[in-house]
Design a protein around this ligand. Structure first.
Ligand code: ATP
Ligand code: MG
Length: 593
């Protein structure tokens, strides 16, 4: 059984879960089947995490299944790179939590017909996500049956081929307060529409020449019901379907039928689709399909302070080179968050905590950051590192001598372990932890003052050495070795404790320190998010790390004591020259501002 990372957390409850629980109690469906249906036109972002956790959460809570389905009906904007990144991101987010619910199908499998039992017969049910020769679902795999369903709609007089141009179609549609006008092609015979539809598929007509439209109601107050487009001509190859098609279904038409073909029971999406729901039901209803039919339910999107959640706008950040790519650790993409060291469990805890409602709101970024800190505080190994080093010479320790000190790996653990640190004659401390002219109540290193080196001993500053230009060269101190663990004066107290690393037993590393990518809470409130980019969102330093960090691997989680949580970069690190990200600081540094 997969482990719930937060077994003590109460099971989430919300209006969608209540609806599903009701259906389970009524035994309305043999199995709960949901889906997460991204369009492969960009990388997934933190908003999608909410949808993924809701859809997979429902499957998980009811021993059901959730399909990852690419809603790939608009080949002009879609790419295989996005298919691959989305698949990897979803697997990462659900790993160890709901991967047993992930629906997969044999590679290249196409849906056959719905069987007499009302279940799609191509459907295998969940297989291990890494099963060879299996892949997620693609709406484009259903182009053939979707075409046949369209033929059936034409036969039933529910759809017609229309020759209006795109501009004319818009004009005829009217506006919410103004009824639309019927297309002059609306009363075309079914036989004529069938012939034209076939020829549209055969490639006889150029892009935009003709469309297939549903025959519903041009006076409906819901403009989505005013004879919506079902198919359009696009002479472009498709990243998954190849060059077989020049006729592509529109989202609304493909979505409900893809749900049906996959045996989806609950089609959960965000509020902007609420006005599309009557069309969803109309298409399924008009085809007279055998039950059970899927139903659509809507919830409010996740919006996060200081963050953009829109693939299109995130693409602008990539194209304008404001970030280094979709997986730049400052990006709110799942790829960026993962690379930065945010644990999947923290992201799940965050989106679950935010909850599922029907009300649009902006979640404070502090809520997200707290979820990350809570997770990392429990899991991260403590290490010592110095970001802006100043050299300290401990004059009473001979050169070459190595004094072993034991440091605790994780005080939050039930059975904390320790590791050795080397105390040597020369050490580095943080530049911030020394003040030649200290302000009042400064308890770190100052002239004549004492401070404790964590896990080691108390040191006293005797002399400040500068070069001829007046620049600090080193601090000469005496170490009181009787204050070490096991020493007679271990209990001696001083007011300050600082971190340090041995200058001779340490590792140089590039450390990337991040700040928020935008400097206002709602970067796109005025539609000019590019004007609000924080120019100081990245600072790069050469840090000194304790030697044990040479063995770090990506996604080991570390707390560099007093500095924050850090993670080895999987991409830019090279042997002997690691690159670490600061995932997050220990405290919120923004609320003070
Ligand atoms: P974007 O505008 O960023 O491209 P989208 O809604 O167009 O987002 P899709 O690929 O169509 O992206 O979305 C896949 C699923 O994720 C949809 O069901 C959509 O409702 C959901 N989703 C998208 N953005 C959010 C969000 N901010 N919060 C919750 N769910 C979201
Ligand atoms: Mg979209």
């Amino acid at each position: 059984m997969p482990v719930d990372p937060s077994p003590s957390a109460p099971a989430p409850s919300d209006f969608i879960r209540d609806i599903v629980a009701g259906h389970v109690a009524e035994k309305l469906y043999p199995k709960i089947v949901t889906r997460f249906p991204p369009e492969p036109n960009g990388y997934l972002h933190i908003g999608h995490a909410k949808s993924i956790c809701l859809n997979f959460g429902l499957a998980r809570e009811h021993n059901g299944q959730c399909n990852l389905r690419f809603d790939d009906t608009n080949p002009a904007k879609e790419e295989v790179e996005y298919v691959d990144s989305i698949t990897a991101d979803v697997r990462w987010l659900i790993a160890g939590w709901a991967d047993h619910c992930l629906g997969f199908k044999p590679k290249g499998a196409h849906p056959a017909r719905i069987t007499s039992a009302g279940q799609p017969d191509f459907f295998l049910g969940p297989v291990p996500a890494d099963a060879p020769n299996s892949e997620p679902f693609f709406a484009s795999d259903y182009f053939e049956p979707l075409y046949e369903y369209a033929v059936e709609l034409i036969r039933r007089g529910q759809a017609y081929v229309c020759d209006l141009t795109a501009k004319e179609t818009d004009e005829y549609r009217g506006a919410p307060d103004r009824p639309g006008r019927e297309s002059p092609w609306r009363n075309r015979t079914a036989a004529e529409s069938l012939d034209l539809f076939n020829r549209m598929r055969a490639g006889e007509f150029p892009d935009g020449a003709r469309t297939l439209r549903a025959r519903i109601d041009m006076a409906s107050p819901n403009v989505w019901l005013r004879d919506p487009l079902l198919y359009r001509i696009r002479h472009v190859p498709h990243h998954h379907a190849g060059d077989k098609w020049c006729l592509y279904p529109l989202y609304d038409y493909a979505h409900c039928l893809s749900d049906y073909l996959e045996g989806i029971t609950h089609s959960v999406c965000t509020l902007e689709f609420e006005v599309h729901r009557p069309l969803y039901d109309w298409i399924l209803g008009s085809l007279g399909l055998p039950r059970p039919l899927p139903h659509q339910y809507e919830f409010a999107k996740l919006n996060l302070g200081y963050t953009i959640v829109s693939k299109r706008k995130l693409l602008t950040l990539v194209n304008e080179k404001i970030v280094t790519g979709w997986d730049d650790p400052r990006m709110p993409t799942l790829a960026g968050l993962r690379r930065r060291g945010i644990p999947a469990s923290a992201l799940r805890a965050f989106v679950t905590g935010v909850g599922v409602t029907k009300f649009d709101s902006v979640t404070e970024v502090a809520v997200f950051e707290n979820a990350v800190r809570n997770d990392l505080n429990a899991s991260a190994q403590r290490r010592l590192a110095v970001l802006r080093p100043v050299k300290v010479v401990l004059t009473n320790i001979p050169a070459g001598e190595l004094i072993e000190c034991m440091a605790t790996n994780n005080p939050q653990s039930d059975t904390p372990t320790t590791r050795p640190l080397a105390l040597t004659r020369e050490v580095f401390i943080e530049a911030d932890d020394f003040a030649e002219a200290p302000p009042p109540k400064y308890f770190r290193l100052k002239p004549g003052g004492e401070v404790r080196l964590k896990y080691a001993c108390i040191i006293k500053l005797d002399e400040i050495v500068k070069d001829t230009a007046g620049r600090l060269v080193e601090l000469r101190c005496t170490a009181d070795l009787t204050t070490r663990a096991g020493g007679p004066n271990v209990a001696r107290k001083v007011k300050g404790t600082i971190h340090w690393v041995s200058a001779t037993h340490c590792l140089d590393a590039e450390v990337r320190l991040y700040d928020r990518l935008f400097n206002v809470a709602e970067p796109d409130a005025d539609g000019k998010f590019l004007d609000h980019v924080n120019p100081h969102s990245l600072e790069v330093v050469t840090a000194r790390l304790e030697a044990s960090l040479a063995r770090a691997t990506p996604h080991d989680r570390f707390q560099f004591e007093r500095l924050g949580y850090f993670d080895l970069d999987p991409k830019d690190s090279i042997p002997g020259r690691p690159v670490f990200h600061r995932t997050i600081t220990l405290k919120d540094t923004w609320t003070k501002v």
